[in-house]
Design a protein around this ligand. Structure first.
Ligand SMILES: Nc1ncnc2c1ncn2[C@@H]1O[C@H](COP(=O)(O)OP(=O)(O)OP(=O)(O)O)[C@@H](O)[C@H]1O
Length: 245
């Protein structure tokens, strides 16, 4: 589903070159649920932007669903759903249900299929109470549920999540995690999750990749990452500070 071969992205800032991501090589197979961890500025968002075609790699190769994201961004948009926790992709002044209808039109989704997907989303994400409200009036937790539904209504095979539980209370977080777990298990949707919330990782991810200073420092199972360590917080702190033995 995702294949990176020596992928890198650098930026020129005032005559200096910043290597945001360097020599990244990994594959994510269909149906996997992968956590993508790293300290602030490690290169997570840059990776995600390369996967969606927002940024073109300056070296190496990126393929998502067999496509070159920066060249086939529109075709790829049908295959992936993306949620940026820090900002919404919904139309701010429109009622949530109108945003959904616009998504149906944009992606040319069959009316019947769309109606059944929407019904399922409304039920599983508990959206009924605020479907008619403008997005700007929604609480953060409601807006996040709306964004998740919006990312899945066109039936993507891959869901890319950039901090989907940021700022949410424990109950809202649990609801979102349940939903993501079910989406992966029942629909087989591949999920790549970036988060600073280690609870998301513990609860959801079988596999974890850790990036630091733009390079992949760990790629393995959660159990392997935890081996011999007392808590995920401890092991991640040691990885981020370069003191893991
Ligand atoms: N457009 C840009 N121009 C210049 N430098 C950039 C640009 N985008 C990212 N960078 C730099 O690349 C590095 C990686 O940034 P990135 O946003 O990918 O990190 P991140 O892991 O997502 O961080 P965070 O957890 O804080 O969101 C940082 O040093 C950042 O300053």
């Amino acid at each position: 589903m995702i294949e990176l071969q020596g992928a890198g992205r650098s930026f020129k800032v005032k005559r200096q070159v910043v290597h945001a991501v360097q020599d990244l090589t990994f594959r994510v197979e269909p149906g996997e649920f992968v956590g993508y961890l790293g300290p602030n500025g490690a290169g997570k968002s840059t990776t995600i932007k390369m996967l969606c075609g927002i940024l073109t790699p300056t070296s190496g190769r990126v393929r998502v669903a067999g496509l070159d994201p920066s060249r086939k961004r529109t075709t790829l948009a049908r295959r992936i759903g993306v949620v940026f926790g820090q900002r919404t992709t919904l139309w701010w002044d429109l009622p949530l249900k109108d945003s959904f209808e616009l998504i149906r039109l944009l992606y040319k989704v069959d009316r019947k299929l769309f109606a059944s997907r929407l019904e399922e989303m409304v039920e599983t994400l508990d959206l009924a109470e605020f479907l008619a409200r403008p997005v700007r009036q929604l609480s953060l937790g409601q807006r996040m549920r709306g964004d998740l539904a919006a990312a899945l209504l066109h039936g993507p095979d891959l869901l890319v999540l950039d901090e989907p539980t940021i700022g949410l209370d424990v109950v809202s977080k649990a609801g979102i995690r349940d939903f993501l777990q079910r989406t992966n298990a029942e629909r087989g949707t591949t999920v790549l999750l970036t988060t600073h919330d280690l609870g998301d990782i513990e609860r959801l991810c079988r596999r974890v990749m850790v990036i630091d200073h733009g390079r992949l420092g760990f790629d393995g199972t959660l159990e392997d990452l935890m081996a011999g360590q007392s808590s995920l917080e401890e092991v991640v702190t040691r990885l981020y500070t370069g003191s893991l033995q």
